[in-house]
Design a protein around this ligand. Structure first.
Ligand SMILES: [Zn+2]
Length: 312
C-alpha cells in the first residue's frame, strides 16, 4: 500500500531539477506575517480580561477556571523536552509570555484574523533571531489543553531557540509543534494519515517539502505528514542530526540538505514517513477510533517582523 506514494515521488524525482527549483522558491517565505493584531484591540474590549499568572505565563482571560487549566498546561508543556531535547525542558524562561485566552471562536477570529485557527503564536524577528511575544488561544476548542496549548507553545519555544532562522520549512516547524502534542493527539494524526494512505490521498515528500505554509485544504493531513517526516528522521538518525538539517536548509535546498546531512533523497524521506506510520498507526484504527473525529489544530502561527507589530 505504501508503493503508490513512493512511485509518485520517484516519478517526481526524475524531474528533480525543476522540482527543487520550485521548492527553493516556495519555501523562502516560510513564515506568515500576522496582520490581525492591530485589529485585535479595536474589535472588542479586553478590558474585562483578568490576569492569571504562573511562573512563565500571564494568561489574560474572562474565565478564571479555564485560565488556571491553561496555565497549568503551559507550564507542564514547557517542562517537557520535545524530540529528545531538540527543544529542551525549561523551568524558568526568565520572563513572562502573554497568552490571550478568548472565550469564543467569534472573538478569537475577530481579534486575531486567524479565522481558521484554534490558536496562534507570534514572535518578533530581527535578522534570524526571534522572540516570542504572544500566544493566542480559542478557549472553546475541544483540543485546547492536549493539543493546541503544547503545539502553540512549541512554536514559541522553537522561535526562541538557536535552531530558528527565516528559511525553516513549514513541515519542520509544524512537525516539531505536533511532536509536543499529547500521545492521543499524535495517534489521531497517524490514524488520519493512514486513512489518507489507504485512499491514495497522501502527498509525497516533494510536495510536503514544497508547501510553504499549512494549506487551508487538507490542513490536518499536512500536520500529520509534517510530523511523520520529522519523527521519521528523528527516530532514524536522532535529534542532533535533525538540528543539523534545520541549520543546513538556511542556505541550501531541502533536497541538498537531505543529501548532505543524511545521505538520502526525498524518496527515502518518504520511506521513513511510511515506516514511522506503520509503527505508530493505532492498531484499532477503523474500529474504536471511528467514532470521533480526531482533535486537530486549525491554526495559524505567525511571525511579525520587528517593528511591524503595533501591538507590542
Ligand atoms: Zn503550528
Amino acid at each position: 500500500m505504501a508503493k503508490r506514494m513512493i512511485s509518485t515521488a520517484r516519478t517526481l524525482a526524475g524531474t528533480a531539477t525543476l522540482a527543487v527549483a520550485g521548492v527553493v522558491a516556495l519555501f523562502l517565505p516560510a513564515v506568515l506575517p500576522v496582520t490581525g493584531l492591530n485589529a485585535a484591540t479595536r474589535s472588542f474590549s479586553t478590558d474585562a480580561f483578568e490576569s492569571y499568572r504562573t511562573r512563565n505565563f500571564d494568561v489574560k482571560n474572562e474565565d478564571p477556571e479555564m485560565a488556571e487549566r491553561v496555565g497549568a498546561a503551559l507550564e507542564d508543556a514547557l517542562s517537557r523536552p520535545v524530540f529528545d531535547g531538540l527543544l529542551p525542558s525549561v523551568d524558568n524562561l526568565g520572563r513572562v509570555i502573554t497568552v490571550m485566552l478568548y472565550p469564543t471562536t467569534e472573538r478569537f477570529a475577530a481579534s486575531t484574523d486567524l479565522e481558521q485557527s484554534g490558536g496562534g503564536s507570534m514572535a518578533k524577528v530581527s535578522g534570524n533571531k526571534a522572540k516570542a511575544t504572544k500566544i493566542v488561544l480559542d478557549a472553546s476548542q475541544p483540543g485546547l489543553i492536549e493539543s493546541i496549548v503544547p503545539h502553540e507553545l512549541a512554536h514559541a519555544r522553537f522561535y526562541e531557540s538557536d535552531l530558528y532562522h527565516n528559511n525553516v520549512p513549514s513541515w519542520v516547524s509544524e512537525g516539531i509543534a505536533v511532536a509536543a502534542e499529547s500521545e492521543d493527539s499524535r495517534n489521531a494524526r497517524a490514524a488520519l494519515m493512514k486513512r489518507a494512505l489507504d485512499s491514495e490521498e497522501l502527498a509525497g515528500a516533494l510536495e510536503l517539502m514544497a508547501t510553504e505554509n499549512p494549506p487551508n485544504e487538507n490542513r490536518s493531513l499536512f500536520y500529520a505528514e509534517a510530523y511523520a517526516a520529522a519523527a521519521g528522521l528523528v527516530n532514524a538518525y536522532g535529534s542532533e542530526k535533525f538540528a543539523e538539517f534545520i541549520a543546513a536548509v538556511r542556505y541550501k535546498s531541502q533536497t541538498d540538505a537531505l543529501v548532505d546531512i543524511y545521505g538520502i533523497q526525498p524518496v527515502d524521506l518518504e520511506d521513513l514517513m511510511l515506516e514511522w506510520l506503520e509503527a505508530h498507526v493505532p492498531k484499532d484504527e477503523g474500529g474504536t477510533r471511528a467514532d470521533g473525529e480526531p482533535i486537530f489544530i486549525k491554526e495559524g502561527s505567525g511571525i511579525a517582523k520587528a517593528g511591524g507589530n503595533p501591538d507590542q
